[in-house]
Design a protein. Structure first.
Length: 240
C-alpha cells in the first residue's frame, strides 16, 4: 500500500515536505490557437463556465492552464502507444459540463493543472464523497475517476497576460499576447482512486483557513505532495 507524507503545520501555516523537481518536457505550444479560442468562447462568448467567485479574466487563465494540462497528458499517452480521444473543446452552455477530462481505455481520468512552482495536487474536499466519487456529476453518469494526474506549466499566465476583471480584451489581443509563447508542461505523476480513498480516510487535507507560504485558501482541500505521486513511468509503455 502506498504511503503519503503529511504537510508540516505550525500555527495554521503548512509547509511541503515531499517535492519533485519541475521538468518541462512536454511542449504544448501547438495547441495555443485552439485552446485560446475555446477558453474565450466559454468565458466571453456563447459558452458558460462555473465562476466559483472568479472574475472572467481569472476564469480564462484557469481554463487555458487546465486545457493545456489535458493536452500535455494526452500527448504523452499517445506517445507511449495509447489510443484515446483528444481533449474536449466543446463550448458548454449553462448547466452543461463534460463527463471527464480524458478517457484512458474507457476509464475516466482527472487532470489537475497548476503553475510550475507548485508541489501539491489539490482537490476540493466538498466536491468528493468518502469513496472518492465526484458529487457534482450528471445524474445517471458514473461519478468515479480512476486516476488523478497533476500537470505543471511554465510560464505562469499571470506574468505574461495583462488582463484583469470582467472586461472582454478581444480574441485578437489574447492571440497577440500568447501566440509566440513557448508553453511547456511537466507531469510529475498521479494517484489512483484507491490512493485518493486513503487520502480521504486519513484526513489529509488543508483546512479552509490554512496557508502555504503567502497563499491562503477559502475552503478545505485534500492534497497529495508531488514527491508522493506515482511516477509517470509506472504506466506501461505500449510501444516497448
Amino acid at each position: 500500500m502506498k504511503s503519503f507524507s503529511r504537510l508540516r503545520e505550525h500555527d495554521g501555516k503548512f509547509v511541503v515536505t515531499s517535492k519533485r523537481s519541475f521538468k518541462p518536457s512536454i511542449d504544448v505550444s501547438e495547441y495555443i490557437p485552439d485552446v485560446i479560442q475555446w477558453a474565450y468562447n466559454n468565458v466571453w462568448g456563447e459558452g458558460h463556465l462555473k465562476s466559483s467567485g472568479r472574475d472572467k479574466s481569472t476564469k480564462f487563465k484557469d481554463s487555458v492552464l487546465g486545457k493545456f494540462g489535458e493536452f500535455a497528458l494526452y500527448k504523452h499517452l499517445v506517445k507511449i502507444g495509447y489510443d484515446l480521444p483528444s481533449p474536449d473543446l466543446t463550448v458548454m452552455g449553462y448547466g452543461e459540463w463534460d463527463d471527464g477530462d480524458l478517457f484512458l481505455e474507457g476509464k475516466k481520468i482527472s487532470v489537475k493543472s497548476t503553475n510550475f512552482f507548485s508541489d501539491l495536487l489539490l482537490l476540493k474536499k466538498e466536491e468528493w464523497d468518502q469513496e472518492g466519487g465526484y458529487l457534482y456529476g450528471r445524474d445517471g453518469i458514473d461519478r468515479s475517476y480512476k486516476a488523478f494526474f497533476l500537470c505543471r506549466m511554465k510560464p505562469n499566465l499571470d506574468d505574461i497576460l495583462p488582463i484583469k476583471g470582467d472586461d472582454d480584451p478581444g480574441i485578437d489581443h489574447l492571440n497577440q499576447c500568447l501566440e509566440h509563447v513557448n508553453f511547456r508542461m511537466d507531469i510529475p505523476g498521479y494517484i489512483t482512486i484507491e490512493d485518493f480513498k486513503k487520502i480521504i480516510q486519513t484526513n489529509m487535507f488543508i483546512p479552509g483557513d490554512g496557508k502555504i507560504g503567502k497563499k491562503s485558501f477559502d475552503f478545505p482541500l485534500y492534497y497529495c505532495q508531488t514527491g508522493d505521486l506515482r511516477d509517470l513511468d509506472s504506466i506501461p509503455n505500449k510501444k516497448k
